[in-house]
Design a protein around this ligand. Structure first.
Ligand SMILES: [Ca+2]
Ligand SMILES: [Ca+2]
Length: 403
């Protein structure tokens, strides 16, 4: 069943989490982002790890924070390959070929390679190439008989310093995207930029066809005892791009963390000098970040008019339930004398309404002549002033910020 998750009981009273439908969820969703934001029901939780099963392979226990299981097990899919229907009937044959012949015919391989580039684009479309984050060394060994991927995180080299002492406390967080829930971590190496981890992680029950649609994500963090861990750098490796039979060993450069996408908002700004009216049109939003466990948000937009630092007037749109691409089509008017148009600004917050608990900020914008939250925001304000009575309409990427 697409979208269902199985938590299977294992001998010894321990639960191993199986996840049979990461991609099945994808099949049903309209967009990749949406799928990625869909929560899995599997729970790693913050509980202490259960006692090891006989023969179970685990990494040594790190200090509290990092103690998690190393084995990720996937339930074999029954029936049709989960991915076959994803790309429609046209590609079903290729999918089957790929699954039956793990090394793949050249056409099947290029097909998957192409697919995975799309995946890769999703995960790593930006980042400042100029910033050096360091390199990471790891190896991959795939056991075709047991369908187990063995990933060894070996070491890091010349990692970026994130602490005031010019060092970092690095550890690696490992996921096989698009599954973000099964997250594994190495031990923390203290006060070093050249850590030697030498830890092995096992991903069990991954047939080749499934693996080839995964992207290995290694994210190196600096552990901080009293604050949130800092990102050092990350890397994405689509597994279809490597030959699993060769037991490859990699040295790869880490990239700066791709910034989280919060969504975009289409905004129009108009100024009418005859009536001293500043109008803001909140037209629509797209690809909003999901804040709720159902993989959606309940967005509304809150607009504050500010003179200098002072908030003077507030307007709100209605709430759009369960919608990551809402069309608001709401216009709000504020009284702003022409002489003050350069001194005022509009703070636009896209919020997620919650029935229980406090509403959460999804993302925000500051529109103004001087304190815009970005060049597009400032330019739009300038256009509005330069061309009175005409609407300046711009798509903005939402920024993080305090609500
Ligand atoms: Ca640190
Ligand atoms: Ca909500």
């Amino acid at each position: 069943m697409p979208g269902t998750k199985i938590v299977r009981g294992l001998p010894g009273g321990t639960n191993t989490i199986s996840n049979s439908s990461t991609f099945s969820g994808w099949l049903e969703s309209t967009g990749l982002d949406e799928m990625l934001l869909n929560p899995c029901s599997c729970i790693w939780g913050e509980e202490p790890p259960p006692p090891p099963l006989p023969g179970e392979r685990r990494r040594p226990q790190a200090n509290g924070k990092n103690a998690r299981n190393v084995v990720v097990t996937e339930e074999p899919e029954s029936g049709i390959f989960g991915l076959a229907s994803l790309f429609g009937g046209k590609t079903r044959t290729q999918t089957t070929v790929q699954a039956v012949e793990p090394k793949g015919s050249s056409s099947a391989f290029s097909f998957w390679q192409h697919k995975s580039m799309t995946l890769l684009d999703l995960y790593s479309d930006q980042g400042e190439p100029s910033e050096r984050c360091g390199d990471i060394n790891f190896s991959i060994d795939y056991d075709f008989n047991t369908q187990t991927l063995k990933l060894k995180i070996i070491q890091g080299k010349d990692l970026a310093a994130r602490d005031a002492n010019g060092l970092s406390d690095p550890y690696v967080r490992i996921t096989l995207l698009p599954d973000k829930k099964h997250r594994l971590e190495t031990k923390i190496k203290r006060r070093t930029l050249n850590p030697k981890w030498n830890e092995t992680f096992y991903f069990e029950g991954f047939p080749v066809n499934k693996l080839q649609n995964r992207v290995l994500h290694l994210h190196v963090y600096d552990y901080d005892r009293f604050s949130r861990d800092d990102s050092i750098g990350e890397l994405h490796l689509p597994l279809c791009q490597i030959d699993l039979a060769t037991k490859p060993n990699f040295w790869r450069a880490l990239h700066p963390q791709v910034k989280e996408k919060l969504g975009e908002l289409l905004v129009s700004l108009t100024y009418l000098p005859s009536t001293n009216t500043l109008s803001i049109g909140l037209l629509k939003a797209r690809n909003l970040k999901a804040k709720d466990i159902n993989g959606k948000s309940d967005p509304y937009v809150k607009v504050w008019l500010l003179f200098g630092e002072k908030r003077v007037d507030k307007k709100k749109t209605p709430v759009y339930k369960c919608n990551l691409n809402p069309t608001f089509n709401q216009t709000f008017e504020f009284d702003v004398p022409w002489e003050q148009i350069r001194d005022c600004s509009l703070e636009v917050s896209v919020m997620d309404f919650d029935t229980i608990g406090r509403n959460e900020l999804i993302g925000r914008l500051m529109l103004g002549a001087r304190n815009g939250s970005g060049a597009r925001e400032t330019n739009q304000w300038g256009d509005m002033i330069a061309k009175p009575r005409q609407a300046a309409i711009v798509w903005h990427r939402l920024k993080p910020g305090e609500s």
